[in-house]
Design a protein around this ligand. Structure first.
Ligand SMILES: CC(C)=CCNc1ncnc2c1ncn2[C@@H]1O[C@H](COP(=O)(O)O)[C@@H](O)[C@H]1O
Ligand SMILES: [Zn+2]
Length: 353
């Protein structure tokens, strides 16, 4: 590993947009494949390698394959534990993991047990002393409609109160070409009223102006992607104004958007637009397993593409702390951690840039 790569790995980082089953590493996939040889799944079916690009449909097909491999309590526990440890090894100090509790017929687990299993993995890593603070966002798959969304919110509300602060919010995700946000609005509003934070995938594809406008009226506490919000790509100034006025942080996932073909190339990624506006932006991985990346690489990629100095990169990772859903006390602890680690990263000449 060259010095620059070491800098990005050592850089303390906050990861706020990571789907559990999209984050499964090649090593963990190998373990799952050996547990289920009868499925005839090969690793090439669960990841999109360097230089490859896929349509959104093809990407969502990858999740279907991974879900076949991850279909028992044991699998979910292993996957969540491995993913948390991998983020920690990559220098992530605070992680918000999101995952969709699936139907019982898919996993043999109720939605409640699914959530409990992810929580168990988080607690296990904590007990083992893994150096990372992990929180959980319960995900709503937009494809599943109003009823399931409400059921998910009710469960998340229960766990927000009983999980010792581990469940902090709701994620809205799933195939953006399916369903409409208006059907999910009551569930999202209920979640918000009960104190759950909202991170919503928004304008991930073009022509969702109405839906984005509607969902922004909640307003969400963070936006996932927001690829087509700004006027240059068919969005609108009024959407941008709303996001800016309400200072809603945007989670940006460079590799995911380029490999998923919603952005033509790294240089044209909307990171540039929002960063130059001085708007709160947080670099994230989305699906580190599927897109063969990690958060260090995403920071390095943003820096090399947009000419950011190490100091600017430091600021970006430090400012991400303000966008977490964890409590104020955790924000303070993280800020102290960043201050403690700063000299280590910047006092060595070989890191200087
Ligand atoms: C297709 C593509 C470019 C993917 C990246 N963008 C995404 N957009 C919307 N939902 C997503 C995306 N990536 C992952 N998800 C959601 O996360 C799920 C996988 O993680 P989990 O089972 O919830 O633990 C997917 O089934 C999907 O519902
Ligand atoms: Zn996502």
């Amino acid at each position: 590993m060259d010095n620059d790569a070491v800098f990005y790995r050592e850089l303390p980082k906050v990861e706020l947009h990571a789907h559990l089953n999209g984050s499964v590493s090649a090593q963990t996939i190998e373990k799952l494949i050996s547990r289920k040889p009868h499925l005839n799944i090969e690793h090439s079916m669960t990841a999109i390698g360097k230089g490859q690009r896929r349509t959104l449909d093809e990407c969502f097909e990858v999740f279907r394959v991974i879900h076949k491999l991850v279909d028992t309590e044991e699998d979910i526990l292993m996957v969540a534990t491995d993913v948390i440890k991998e983020f920690a090894a990559d220098g992530v100090k605070y992680l918000e993991l999101r995952s969709t509790p699936r139907e019982e017929r898919d996993t043999g687990l109720t939605k409640r047990s699914y959530i409990e299993t992810v929580i168990k993995a988080i607690q296990k890593c904590k007990e083992e002393g893994v150096d990372i603070d992990v929180r959980f966002l319960v995900a709503i798959d937009r494809r599943n409609g109003t009823e399931v969304a409400l059921e998910t919110v009710n469960l998340a509300e229960e766990f927000m109160l009983s999980s010792d602060g581990l469940v902090v919010g709701i994620d809205l995700s799933g195939d953006p070409t399916v369903g409409h946000g208006k059907d999910l609005l009551p569930a999202l509003q209920k979640a918000k009223n009960s104190g759950l934070k909202l991170s919503l995938h928004l304008s991930e594809i073009p022509s969702q102006l109405d839906e984005s406008d509607l969902l922004l009226s909640l307003p969400p506490d963070r936006i996932g992607h927001g690829t087509f919000l700004h006027p240059e790509v068919g969005g609108s100034q009024s959407l941008v104004d709303k996001v800016v006025q309400k200072k809603i942080p945007i989670e940006l996932c460079l590799t995911s958007n380029v490999k998923g073909n919603t952005v033509p190339c790294y240089a044209k990624h909307h990171f540039k637009y929002w960063y130059e506006l001085g708007h709160p932006t947080v670099l994230c991985t989305d699906d580190k397993g599927v897109f063969c990346t990690d958060l260090s690489q995403e920071y390095q990629l943003a820096a090399s593409t947009f000419g950011l100095s190490h100091e600017a990169v430091w600021k970006l990772s430090q400012q991400a702390i303000d966008s977490i859903f964890g409590p104020e006390t955790v924000k303070q602890q993280l800020k102290e951690k960043w201050n403690d680690l700063h000299p280590q990263l910047f006092n060595f000449n070989f890191f200087k840039k």
